[in-house]
Design a protein around this ligand. Structure first.
Ligand SMILES: [Zn+2]
Length: 250
């Protein structure tokens, strides 16, 4: 699903339907697309990877469904949408209120299909992925996002890479991410990504030991900040990534 401005998509997020199960609900701006799709392809169970508004954006309109989510997402959906910073509202929209969302256990079984829940913290503290062992597939939300250069201040990238390595160990046939293309036999790509960030971390730590500031390390290792930093007024940045790698989040 894309949020389009003047007919041009500015932001893509994928949701997945597996039989009568939906994984995540996308961002609120894409609500008409999702509602039309679900009216033609109904689901009865909804699985949620994490609390970010581009993953729970339409939970408020999912009626007569059994909805499961991590603890933080349940809190946020119970409380309703806060006043979002302008960039987040423009990009994703507000998610609204959804009561009655159930906490996740070890697995969710829906219509005979079993989805194993694996805790994959890092991108957010209680992020989970859903493993369909019968199909050798994993639905990863934002646990795997490739070689990103800008992250939010709260993201724990070293911890996220531990999660990425655990997903790699599953050695599954296919990975369905929320952003980016579906990956067939994702193991090698996952390990390569974790290796990339671990190497970056070692370089950042060496520079920090020499007394370089996070800003200077960012300049040396990653260059200038990407457009997303300016658009998000600094909420996403390469300097946040450096600070996360150093274990000194701002
Ligand atoms: Zn996210």
């Amino acid at each position: 699903m894309a949020h389009a401005v003047a007919g041009k998509p500015v932001y893509w997020v994928s949701v997945y339907r597996v039989g009568d199960v939906l994984v995540d609900s996308g961002c609120a701006w894409a609500r008409p697309h999702l509602q039309k799709y679900l009216s033609e392809n109904p689901v009865h169970t909804v699985l949620t990877t994490h609390e970010h508004e581009d993953h729970v954006g339409n939970h408020a309109v999912l009626r007569d469904m059994e909805v499961f989510a991590p603890r933080r997402a349940i809190e946020i959906l119970d409380a309703g949408a806060p006043r979002l910073p302008l960039y987040r509202w423009l990009a994703w929209g507000s998610h609204g209120v959804a009561h009655g969302v159930k906490p996740l256990g070890e697995a969710v079984t829906a219509n005979g299909r079993r989805f194993r829940v694996m805790h994959t913290p890092g991108h957010s503290a209680d992020h989970v992925v859903f493993i369909d062992d019968d199909a050798s597939a994993v639905f990863t939300g934002d646990a795997y996002m490739g070689k990103l250069r800008a992250v939010r201040a709260k993201e724990d990238v070293p911890l996220q890479m531990e999660s990425v390595r655990r997903i790699a160990e599953l050695d599954l046939a296919v990975l369905y991410p929320a952003h980016g293309p579906v990956l067939e036999r994702p193991r090698a790509k996952l390990i390569e990504t974790a290796d990339h960030f671990d190497a970056l971390r070692e370089k950042a730590l060496r520079l920090a030991q020499k007394g370089r500031s996070p800003r200077r390390i960012r300049q040396d290792l990653l260059g200038s900040e990407p457009w997303l930093t300016w658009y998000s007024l600094g909420a996403f940045s390469a300097e946040n990534l450096v600070r996360s790698l150093l274990g000194t989040p701002s």
